[in-house]
Design a protein around this ligand. Structure first.
Ligand code: TXA
Ligand code: MG
Length: 324
């Protein structure tokens, strides 16, 4: 089995990747948000392999990736609202949770036994090429070990998953850098389950006010397992809203650093742009997660636009770890 991250300059081996998927193996591929770990969504065995490779709890369902709305409509019941959002935001960083159709052929394991399914149409050309070559739905969580920082480069996938993945398609750095927004349209009120690459304000511009899922404890049933309090975590602790670093802290900047404070070890965005910051966030957390640093201190980031998604990930990265 070939296990190399192919360079972005050689032609991407789409046919080979599709062949691995057909054989029930797992493939890493870029989306515009983060790199995904793909497996045949219609195969219980392939889906089980995804959970094993990520060491992911089986109650945490997967997003099903599709090439277009037409393909998504074969799996879930679209409401008029869902249709409007799909027309506006697909392909793109928006995941919709909708009722499974009775004839849906996706493995029940992928949706963790729920009667809903999360569907998304990614915009990245390599993701699109793979979805079309494979011609079946691809179950695709982020290509990191469960609870860790999502990968935004092909190398990250390799270091997270090693030979648990048959092949990694290299599309360079992910443009958005933060996972898709997960919106549940199967309830009475549209409910935001995970802030992400499409800002809540943009969705509310179409739907009107949307509810936020209540914050739930780790130990009880939760509406979206991505809401686990500790998630997206580097191995060293993270300190938020920091106005100055201590000497042993890595210093992650956002916008202008107050006078007299040392220059950041890394900047999310010098100009204070949340879109730029989202694109850099996960790679920055990875690269500061090393000695001599004992903690990562992050400057405050305003909540507007993608700031909400960034702060959501940072709060989870900073949350107390189970067993820690
Ligand atoms: O940007 C993304 O969404 C990336 C790329 C690879 O597409 N994928 C991703 O997948 O972030 P994952 O598995 O890391 O996160 C999926 C999120 C989890 O929070 C999961 O609980 C939620 O979607 N989810 C999946 N199916 C669901 C369902 N039926 N109901 C509620 N939440 C669901
Ligand atoms: Mg994930």
């Amino acid at each position: 089995m070939s296990n190399t991250a192919l360079s972005a300059s050689s032609p991407p081996p789409i046919a080979e990747a599709a062949e691995h998927l057909r054989a029930g193996r797992l493939v890493g591929f870029p989306t515009e948000t983060v790199y995904g770990l793909g497996g045949d969504a219609t195969s219980d065995r392939a889906v089980a392999r995804i959970f094993d490779a990520k060491e992911r709890p089986r109650f945490n369902p997967l997003i099903i990736h599709l090439p277009d709305l037409e393909a998504a409509r074969k799996l879930v019941e679209f409401t008029p609202e869902a249709r409007r959002l799909a027309d506006l935001f697909w392909p793109g960083p928006l995941t919709l949770v909708l009722p499974r159709r009775a004839d849906c052929r996706v493995s029940l394991l992928a949706s963790a036994g729920l009667d809903t399914l999360a569907v998304r149409v990614p915009g990245h050309p390599l993701a699109q090429a793979l979805l079309r070559a494979f011609a079946r739905p691809i179950a695709t969580p982020s290509a990191n070990r469960s609870g860790r920082v999502s990968p935004t480069l092909a190398e990250h996938v390799r270091s997270e998953l090693g030979d648990r993945v048959a092949l990694v398609l290299d599309g360079g750095p992910c443009r958005v850098g933060i996972e898709s927004t997960v919106l549940d349209l199967s309830r009475e009120l549209p409910t935001l389950l995970r802030p992400g690459g499409v800002a809540q304000e943009a969705l509310e511009g179409v739907l009107g006010p949307i509810a936020s899922a209540p914050n739930v404890e780790d130990s009880i049933a939760r509406p979206s397992p991505g809401m686990l309090a500790s998630h997206y975590a580097p191995s060293i602790p993270v300190r938020l809203e920091a106005l100055a670093p201590t000497p042993d802290e890595a210093w992650l900047g956002f916008g202008a650093v107050p006078p007299g404070i040392r220059a950041p070890d890394l900047q999310l965005s010098e100009s204070g742009d949340p879109i730029e910051a989202a694109a850099r966030l996960f790679a920055a957390l990875r690269s500061l997660d090393r000695p001599p640093f004992t903690r990562i201190a992050v400057m405050p980031i305003p909540e507007a636009g993608l700031g909400a998604a960034i702060n959501d990930r940072l709060r989870r990265a900073a949350a107390p770890r189970p067993g820690a």
